[in-house]
Design a protein around this ligand. Structure first.
Ligand code: FPP
Length: 247
Protein backbone atom coordinates (compact mmCIF):
# COMPACT_ATOMS: atom_id res chain seq x y z
CA UNK A 1 0.00 0.00 0.00
CA UNK A 2 1.32 3.47 -0.85
CA UNK A 3 2.23 5.60 2.20
CA UNK A 4 -0.11 8.40 1.09
CA UNK A 5 -3.17 6.26 1.62
CA UNK A 6 -2.12 4.69 4.91
CA UNK A 7 -4.51 5.58 7.67
CA UNK A 8 -3.45 8.40 9.94
CA UNK A 9 -4.34 7.55 13.47
CA UNK A 10 -3.71 8.44 17.05
CA UNK A 11 -0.57 6.69 18.21
CA UNK A 12 0.71 7.42 21.70
CA UNK A 13 -1.42 10.55 21.79
CA UNK A 14 -0.04 11.97 18.53
CA UNK A 15 -1.41 11.85 15.04
CA UNK A 16 0.93 9.73 13.00
CA UNK A 17 1.08 7.22 10.22
CA UNK A 18 0.82 3.70 11.51
CA UNK A 19 1.74 0.62 9.54
CA UNK A 20 -1.41 -1.34 8.94
CA UNK A 21 0.55 -4.52 8.17
CA UNK A 22 3.70 -5.46 10.09
CA UNK A 23 5.66 -8.62 9.23
CA UNK A 24 8.36 -10.10 11.46
CA UNK A 25 11.24 -12.53 10.96
CA UNK A 26 11.53 -13.80 14.54
CA UNK A 27 15.21 -14.70 14.57
CA UNK A 28 17.68 -15.45 17.34
CA UNK A 29 15.95 -18.05 19.53
CA UNK A 30 18.86 -20.49 19.26
CA UNK A 31 21.49 -17.87 20.15
CA UNK A 32 19.36 -16.64 23.07
CA UNK A 33 19.29 -20.18 24.47
CA UNK A 34 23.00 -20.80 23.85
CA UNK A 35 23.95 -17.61 25.70
CA UNK A 36 22.15 -19.02 28.73
CA UNK A 37 23.48 -22.57 28.39
CA UNK A 38 19.96 -23.84 27.63
CA UNK A 39 18.70 -26.25 24.96
CA UNK A 40 17.57 -24.54 21.74
CA UNK A 41 13.98 -25.50 22.48
CA UNK A 42 14.00 -23.15 25.47
CA UNK A 43 14.81 -20.32 23.07
CA UNK A 44 11.84 -21.25 20.89
CA UNK A 45 9.66 -21.44 23.99
CA UNK A 46 10.75 -17.97 25.10
CA UNK A 47 10.15 -16.84 21.49
CA UNK A 48 6.58 -18.12 21.64
CA UNK A 49 6.00 -16.10 24.84
CA UNK A 50 7.33 -13.02 23.09
CA UNK A 51 5.02 -13.55 20.16
CA UNK A 52 2.06 -13.65 22.53
CA UNK A 53 2.96 -10.23 23.96
CA UNK A 54 3.48 -8.66 20.55
CA UNK A 55 0.16 -10.05 19.25
CA UNK A 56 -1.70 -8.61 22.23
CA UNK A 57 -0.31 -5.11 21.75
CA UNK A 58 -1.02 -4.82 18.01
CA UNK A 59 -4.71 -3.83 18.20
CA UNK A 60 -3.82 -1.02 20.67
CA UNK A 61 -1.25 0.30 18.19
CA UNK A 62 -3.83 0.30 15.39
CA UNK A 63 -1.99 -2.47 13.51
CA UNK A 64 -4.54 -4.60 11.68
CA UNK A 65 -2.33 -7.29 10.16
CA UNK A 66 0.63 -9.08 11.72
CA UNK A 67 2.52 -11.75 9.78
CA UNK A 68 5.26 -13.82 11.39
CA UNK A 69 7.79 -16.25 9.97
CA UNK A 70 7.59 -19.38 12.15
CA UNK A 71 9.14 -22.06 9.96
CA UNK A 72 10.70 -21.77 6.53
CA UNK A 73 10.96 -24.31 3.73
CA UNK A 74 14.72 -24.24 4.49
CA UNK A 75 14.22 -25.06 8.19
CA UNK A 76 13.74 -28.76 7.32
CA UNK A 77 17.56 -28.87 7.12
CA UNK A 78 17.65 -28.62 10.92
CA UNK A 79 18.11 -31.81 12.90
CA UNK A 80 15.14 -34.15 13.29
CA UNK A 81 15.21 -33.56 17.04
CA UNK A 82 14.75 -29.79 16.72
CA UNK A 83 12.04 -30.19 14.08
CA UNK A 84 10.10 -32.58 16.31
CA UNK A 85 10.41 -30.27 19.30
CA UNK A 86 9.32 -27.27 17.22
CA UNK A 87 6.30 -29.21 15.92
CA UNK A 88 5.34 -30.05 19.51
CA UNK A 89 5.76 -26.40 20.44
CA UNK A 90 3.50 -25.24 17.58
CA UNK A 91 0.86 -27.75 18.69
CA UNK A 92 1.12 -26.69 22.31
CA UNK A 93 0.93 -23.03 21.26
CA UNK A 94 -2.25 -23.68 19.28
CA UNK A 95 -3.82 -25.43 22.27
CA UNK A 96 -2.83 -22.76 24.75
CA UNK A 97 -3.53 -19.62 22.70
CA UNK A 98 -7.15 -20.11 21.65
CA UNK A 99 -8.51 -18.30 24.68
CA UNK A 100 -6.16 -15.34 24.28
CA UNK A 101 -6.94 -15.07 20.56
CA UNK A 102 -10.67 -15.00 21.31
CA UNK A 103 -10.27 -12.50 24.17
CA UNK A 104 -8.27 -10.11 21.99
CA UNK A 105 -10.38 -10.63 18.85
CA UNK A 106 -7.49 -12.09 16.86
CA UNK A 107 -8.13 -14.15 13.75
CA UNK A 108 -5.30 -16.55 12.92
CA UNK A 109 -4.39 -17.98 9.56
CA UNK A 110 -1.49 -20.11 8.36
CA UNK A 111 0.27 -19.72 5.01
CA UNK A 112 2.74 -22.12 3.43
CA UNK A 113 2.60 -25.75 2.43
CA UNK A 114 0.94 -28.21 4.80
CA UNK A 115 2.30 -31.21 2.92
CA UNK A 116 5.19 -32.21 5.20
CA UNK A 117 3.46 -31.30 8.44
CA UNK A 118 2.00 -33.96 10.74
CA UNK A 119 -1.72 -34.73 10.43
CA UNK A 120 -2.26 -33.75 14.04
CA UNK A 121 -0.65 -30.36 13.54
CA UNK A 122 -2.56 -29.71 10.31
CA UNK A 123 -5.85 -30.63 12.00
CA UNK A 124 -5.13 -28.27 14.91
CA UNK A 125 -4.18 -25.45 12.56
CA UNK A 126 -7.49 -25.87 10.70
CA UNK A 127 -9.40 -25.95 14.00
CA UNK A 128 -7.77 -22.71 15.16
CA UNK A 129 -8.41 -20.97 11.83
CA UNK A 130 -12.06 -21.96 11.98
CA UNK A 131 -12.54 -21.06 15.64
CA UNK A 132 -11.14 -17.55 15.16
CA UNK A 133 -12.55 -16.86 11.67
CA UNK A 134 -14.97 -14.17 12.84
CA UNK A 135 -12.47 -12.19 14.94
CA UNK A 136 -11.73 -8.75 13.58
CA UNK A 137 -9.24 -6.85 15.78
CA UNK A 138 -6.14 -8.34 14.16
CA UNK A 139 -5.38 -10.85 11.44
CA UNK A 140 -2.36 -12.88 12.56
CA UNK A 141 -0.84 -14.75 9.64
CA UNK A 142 1.67 -17.42 10.60
CA UNK A 143 4.03 -18.47 7.82
CA UNK A 144 4.70 -22.14 8.53
CA UNK A 145 6.63 -24.29 6.08
CA UNK A 146 6.68 -21.13 3.98
CA UNK A 147 9.12 -19.99 1.28
CA UNK A 148 8.76 -16.85 -0.81
CA UNK A 149 10.17 -18.49 -3.93
CA UNK A 150 7.89 -21.45 -3.44
CA UNK A 151 4.94 -19.07 -3.20
CA UNK A 152 6.01 -17.38 -6.44
CA UNK A 153 6.28 -20.81 -8.14
CA UNK A 154 2.76 -21.55 -6.83
CA UNK A 155 1.50 -18.28 -8.30
CA UNK A 156 3.12 -19.00 -11.67
CA UNK A 157 1.52 -22.46 -11.76
CA UNK A 158 -1.91 -21.04 -10.90
CA UNK A 159 -1.67 -18.30 -13.52
CA UNK A 160 -0.47 -20.79 -16.16
CA UNK A 161 -3.40 -23.04 -15.29
CA UNK A 162 -5.84 -20.13 -15.60
CA UNK A 163 -4.38 -19.29 -19.02
CA UNK A 164 -4.63 -22.92 -20.11
CA UNK A 165 -8.28 -23.06 -19.00
CA UNK A 166 -9.04 -19.90 -20.94
CA UNK A 167 -9.94 -17.96 -17.75
CA UNK A 168 -7.09 -15.45 -18.24
CA UNK A 169 -5.52 -13.95 -21.36
CA UNK A 170 -1.73 -13.59 -21.40
CA UNK A 171 -2.26 -9.83 -21.99
CA UNK A 172 -4.23 -9.60 -18.75
CA UNK A 173 -1.29 -10.72 -16.57
CA UNK A 174 -0.59 -7.66 -14.43
CA UNK A 175 0.87 -7.09 -10.96
CA UNK A 176 -2.66 -7.04 -9.55
CA UNK A 177 -3.54 -10.32 -11.19
CA UNK A 178 -0.36 -11.98 -9.91
CA UNK A 179 -1.18 -10.80 -6.37
CA UNK A 180 -4.61 -12.41 -6.62
CA UNK A 181 -2.97 -15.85 -6.85
CA UNK A 182 -0.77 -15.40 -3.74
CA UNK A 183 -1.34 -17.67 -0.72
CA UNK A 184 -3.28 -14.89 1.04
CA UNK A 185 -4.67 -12.62 -1.68
CA UNK A 186 -6.76 -10.59 0.77
CA UNK A 187 -3.69 -9.55 2.79
CA UNK A 188 -2.31 -6.10 1.93
CA UNK A 189 1.44 -5.90 1.30
CA UNK A 190 3.45 -5.37 4.49
CA UNK A 191 4.25 -1.73 5.24
CA UNK A 192 7.02 -2.68 7.65
CA UNK A 193 9.17 -5.81 7.90
CA UNK A 194 11.19 -6.27 11.09
CA UNK A 195 13.99 -8.82 11.50
CA UNK A 196 15.53 -9.43 14.88
CA UNK A 197 18.99 -10.75 15.82
CA UNK A 198 21.15 -8.55 13.60
CA UNK A 199 20.94 -10.60 10.39
CA UNK A 200 20.50 -8.38 7.32
CA UNK A 201 18.50 -10.69 5.06
CA UNK A 202 14.91 -11.41 4.11
CA UNK A 203 15.62 -15.17 3.97
CA UNK A 204 12.92 -15.95 1.43
CA UNK A 205 10.14 -14.17 3.38
CA UNK A 206 7.28 -12.51 1.45
CA UNK A 207 9.48 -11.85 -1.60
CA UNK A 208 6.68 -10.64 -3.88
CA UNK A 209 4.89 -8.68 -1.15
CA UNK A 210 8.03 -6.97 0.24
CA UNK A 211 8.48 -4.72 -2.83
CA UNK A 212 7.64 -1.41 -1.07
CA UNK A 213 8.04 -2.41 2.58
CA UNK A 214 10.20 -0.40 4.96
CA UNK A 215 12.82 -2.70 6.47
CA UNK A 216 13.98 -2.57 10.09
CA UNK A 217 16.81 -4.78 11.31
CA UNK A 218 17.37 -4.82 15.06
CA UNK A 219 20.20 -6.52 16.96
CA UNK A 220 17.95 -7.80 19.74
CA UNK A 221 17.40 -11.55 19.80
CA UNK A 222 13.72 -12.40 19.31
CA UNK A 223 13.05 -13.66 22.88
CA UNK A 224 14.38 -10.30 24.18
CA UNK A 225 12.32 -8.17 21.77
CA UNK A 226 9.97 -6.38 24.15
CA UNK A 227 6.71 -4.60 23.43
CA UNK A 228 8.55 -1.34 24.26
CA UNK A 229 11.15 -2.00 21.54
CA UNK A 230 8.44 -3.04 19.08
CA UNK A 231 6.62 0.21 19.84
CA UNK A 232 9.74 2.27 19.20
CA UNK A 233 10.33 0.51 15.86
CA UNK A 234 6.74 1.30 14.87
CA UNK A 235 7.26 4.94 15.91
CA UNK A 236 10.43 5.09 13.80
CA UNK A 237 8.39 3.83 10.87
CA UNK A 238 5.84 6.60 11.46
CA UNK A 239 8.62 9.22 11.28
CA UNK A 240 10.11 7.71 8.12
CA UNK A 241 6.68 7.62 6.49
CA UNK A 242 5.98 11.25 7.34
CA UNK A 243 9.26 12.31 5.66
CA UNK A 244 8.31 10.27 2.62
CA UNK A 245 4.98 12.14 2.44
CA UNK A 246 6.82 15.48 2.57
CA UNK A 247 8.87 14.56 -0.51
C1 FPP B 1 14.49 -18.53 14.44
O1 FPP B 1 15.43 -18.64 15.47
C2 FPP B 1 13.23 -19.04 14.88
C3 FPP B 1 12.56 -20.12 14.36
C4 FPP B 1 13.04 -20.93 13.24
C5 FPP B 1 11.31 -20.58 14.93
C6 FPP B 1 10.35 -19.49 15.25
C7 FPP B 1 9.46 -19.99 16.25
C8 FPP B 1 9.06 -19.29 17.31
C9 FPP B 1 9.37 -17.90 17.60
C10 FPP B 1 8.24 -20.00 18.25
C11 FPP B 1 6.89 -19.42 18.34
C12 FPP B 1 6.13 -19.40 17.11
C13 FPP B 1 4.90 -19.91 17.04
C14 FPP B 1 4.07 -19.71 15.83
C15 FPP B 1 4.33 -20.67 18.16
P1 FPP B 1 16.69 -19.56 15.23
O2 FPP B 1 16.41 -20.89 15.81
O3 FPP B 1 17.04 -19.58 13.77
O4 FPP B 1 17.77 -18.80 16.06
P2 FPP B 1 19.35 -18.76 15.78
O5 FPP B 1 19.53 -18.11 14.44
O6 FPP B 1 19.83 -17.94 16.90
O7 FPP B 1 19.82 -20.18 15.84
Amino acid sequence: MEPEIRAASIFRGRVSVIPQHVAIVMDGNGRWARKRGLPRLEGHRAGAERLREIVKCCPDHGIRFLTVFAFSTENWKRGRHEINRLTELFQAYIDSELEMLQDYGVRIRFIGSRRRLSHTLVARMAMLEEATADNRSLLLTVALNYGGRREIAHIVRQVAEAVRNGEVNVDQISEDLVSRYAYAPDLPDPDLIIRTSGELRLSNFLLWQAAYAELEFVDTLWPDFTVAEFTSVVERFARRSRRFGAL
